[in-house]
Every structure is written in C-alpha cells, then in structure tokens.
Design a protein around this ligand. Structure first.
Ligand code: HEM
Length: 154
C-alpha cells in the first residue's frame, strides 16, 4: 500500500517535470506524501549529502565525479533542492532556478549506461543509508532509476 502510494506520487511528479506543466501548485496539508513519509527536509538533505560522499569515495564512480564542473557543495545543494520538490515537498529548486528541465540541463554531459549506473550506485547507497523503511527505499529507487535512465543521451 505504502509502496503504491509513494510510487504513484513520484510518478505524478515525474509527469509534471517532463510535461512542463505548472508545478507551482500548493501542497495539500491533508495528504501525506513521500516527502513527509520519509522524514522531510532533514532526510532529503542527508540523501544529497551522502550521494556526493559516495561519489567521492568510490573508485568506480571517479569518472562521474570528474565530469562535474561546479564545486561539490553547489551540486549537493542543487540535488537537495530538486529532491525536495520531486518528493512532494517545497519546490526549492524551481523557486531558485526555474523549471528543472533536467534532461536539457544534462545535455552538456555525455551520459551513457556506465555514467547512469555510476549515478545510481551513489543514489542507491545514499537512499539505503538515509531512508529507514525498506518499502520507502524501494519505491524511491524504482522511480529514480526511471528518471536516471531518461537522462541518458548516448
Ligand atoms: C543518470 C546519470 C546522471 C549523471 C551522469 C548526472 C550528472 C550530472 C552532472 C555532471 C551535473 C553537473 C554538476 C555541475 O554543475 O558540476 C548534474 C547536475 C544536476 N543533476 Fe544530474 N546526473 C544524472 C542524473 C540525475 C538525476 C536522475 C537527477 C535527479 C534526481 C539529477 C539531478 C541533477 C540536478 C538537480 C543538477 C543541477 C542542475 C543545475 O541546475 O545545474 N541528475 N548532473
């Protein structure tokens, strides 16, 4: 039940992100969502932080680290802001930077299967470490794998 709830919610956000619909809508305070269920801001920050820790520490993800141009702290903040809105919380990324248009923003980077897999290794490890419930972890990983595959441009 919870898996379905989170997965459905995340897929709705995905649709909005990719269909360029207005994502400025208010949150419904009556409706719990993935953001609330996994623990809100603190947990999202922890995921983004752990994601970049993983990328820096793992030998197999050094090619992915190497294509980053900005200081890691900046990339971490942007990932945190994006995940906040994507999981149904405050639309921090959109408020600061406008429409995420993630695929377009990733076009300057060559993203093949190997890059995608490196990205997912870091994200899986971060979610496993920061999200308590296995069913929540599974739902997020499933949805974010779809999103990561969509980022491939090679
Ligand atoms: C699938 C493989 C992916 C690769 C190889 C990749 C790589 C990158 C790189 C190299 C940057 C630029 C960082 C910099 O400025 O130096 C970036 C930015 C970003 N990525 Fe990814 N990414 C991937 C997937 C994703 C996914 C699935 C998400 C969302 C969950 C995401 C969210 C972001 C965000 C929010 C930014 C900042 C964009 C901006 O405003 O400049 N990325 N990514």
């Amino acid at each position: 039940m919870l898996i379905k709830q989170i997965f459905g919610m995340v897929m709705n956000w995905l649709k909005k992100i990719f269909s360029k619909q207005d994502t400025q809508q208010e949150r419904d305070p009556e409706q719990s969502n993935a953001y609330d269920l996994i623990g809100g801001d603190k947990v999202i920050r922890a995921i983004a932080h752990e994601f970049y820790q993983q990328m820096q520490q793992r030998p197999e993800t050094q090619p992915l680290l190497a294509i980053h141009r900005s200081p890691i702290a900046e990339s971490e903040t942007k990932l945190y802001e994006f995940l906040s809105g994507w999981l149904g919380g405050p639309q921090l990324y959109q408020q600061k930077h406008g429409n995420p248009a993630l695929r377009a923003r990733h076009m300057p980077f060559s993203i093949d299967e190997s890059m995608r897999d490196q990205w997912l290794i870091c994200m899986r490890a971060a979610v496993d470490k920061c999200v308590k419930k296995p069913e929540h972890r599974l739902a997020i990983i499933q949805a974010i794998s779809t999103l990561a595959d969509h980022m491939r441009n090679q």
